[in-house]
Design a protein around this ligand. Sequence first.
Ligand code: INI
Length: 169
Amino acid sequence: MAEFRGAVSGEGRRIGVVVSRFNEEITSKLLEGAMECLVRHGVRFQDVDVVMVPGAWELPAAAERLLAAERYDALVVVGAVIRGETPHFDFVAGEAARGLAQLQREFAVPIGFGLLTTDNDEQAEARAGGAHGNKGWDAALAALEMADLFSRLDAAEAPEDESDDASTS
Ligand code: INI
């Protein structure tokens, strides 16, 4: 039996952070939390690229551009969709989440999901450095763990590939 588990280590990692500006008083705190987490876990400040987009709807398109560049070990995405403020909450929140999930699988690069979807401002504030912590920090933490897990899985698969090559030569 083999068990694989990622460590939360950011050393040598390049990270892209995509930030939605809509509800900026909330998303700026999510960004702060994400950056603090990344740097605290060993990611060098200069190895983080932060990309700002207008709203959550734009998050998947920007994330796709970053993933296509093949420069990042993981992405962290933060935003805030608040139901009270938008009649198209379900479209914006649903499509953003669906798009990001699809990209994560398509590119096999982890995307930490720090997109808040709440009923009101108070719930969002509680999750942006308030009573329920900071979901930007949590998203960054998950992204680092997954990046490390993927590295370990890659390393475990590599020797088998080599032996396959050897047996065919
Ligand atoms: N975008 C958000 O990130 N959060 C919201 O709560 C929100 N509301 O309320 O509408 C929102 N709308 C903007 C949307 O994401 C796009 O930026 C816009 O439709 C332009 O494409």
